[in-house]
Write a protein that binds this ligand. Sequence first.
Ligand code: NDP
Ligand code: ZN
Length: 355
Amino acid sequence: MKIKGLAMLGIGKIGWIEKEAPKCGPLDALVRPIVVAPCTSDIHTVWEGAIGERSDMILGHEAIGEVVEVGELVKDFKKGDKVIVPAITPDWGSTNSQRGFPMHSGDALGGWKFSNFKDGVFAELFHVNEADANLALLPEGMDPVSAVMLTDMTTTGFHAAELANVELGDTVCVIGIGPVGLNSVAGANLMGASHLFGVGSRKNCCDVARAYGATDIINYKEGDIIEQVLQKTNGLGVDKVLVAGGTVDTFDQAVRMLKPGGAIGNVNYLGSGEYIRIPRVEWAVGMGHKSIVGGLTPGGRTRMEKLASLVETGKYDPSKLITHKLEGFDAIEEALLLMKDKPRDLIKPAVVINW
Ligand code: NDP
Ligand code: ZN
């Protein structure tokens, strides 16, 4: 059987292709998408060639789907189940998983399979490895369009707050408030940040940042962000910086606005440039206890179940992120191009597929 999908044909090129349908291993599942969303990472992958050349690789790693087939060893899922499919689907038996880093199962970034080194979810049918460990049931009554945000945007944005270990009362600056950074704002807020600065410029994003708990918006187009942060903190700087946008120079700025002992949590995908600069003096000549941790989001079933619980209990509302709702399988291409062009009223598009 052949399936159709929207693929990266080569660097800078996308197109619809047909491929043999994936096969289901004994622990695996085959899923057809119900709702999908494109990611800024797809844009880095195709148009910046950030992970290198790929040819005829189906794109996409954010999906809510319906199970079509399960392998004979799958215990908890069956045909017809509606599922949340995390962007990151680790091999849970790998030694890096056992060391606590499932997102790097196999190798660095090895848990990121869809649209990296296997076909992604912009397909009529896609393959999920280790279904019992990597799928979560879509809770009864949960809107799948909101839920698709959990697969990547929520888990990634929250992870920046986890990487920097946001603590009760911390003053936090989130650099970049696109859909990922907005979730960093929401995550830092849930973890107890007090003063919470969001750096961005798009009005929609600034409004949602405020709704998610930002106390101040800093517009990087209206002056130096370090000066603006120092002014708002009586020259002290912040306890934590969460990086979800910007350039390689953003780390320089983050170190300069950080208090001694502070931490930077990065989830931004650095699509270009060779090196990251750290300012020597502001890094307290190497002795400032200012840490920088960059991480790929965790994936897997438990993570998705916990995030879904935050939605079910009303503590977090992902629906605010969707500004453009498209319909039909073929609209995936339009959604991807929207993500590439980023009109100023866009936060995140999602595509609803009625089979
Ligand atoms: P967006 O492009 O939507 O948002 C980027 C944000 O950065 C915007 O708020 C933008 O402001 C702001 N920005 C741009 N330039 C600067 C600058 N010079 N200084 C300060 N802020 C700036 O991206 P997404 O939210 O979709 O994604 C963010 C990043 O996260 C991407 O690199 C993506 O690939 C990555 N990512 C990482 C994952 C992981 O697991 N680590 C998973 C998913 C995504 P403006 O309001 O002007 O647009
Ligand atoms: Zn992504």
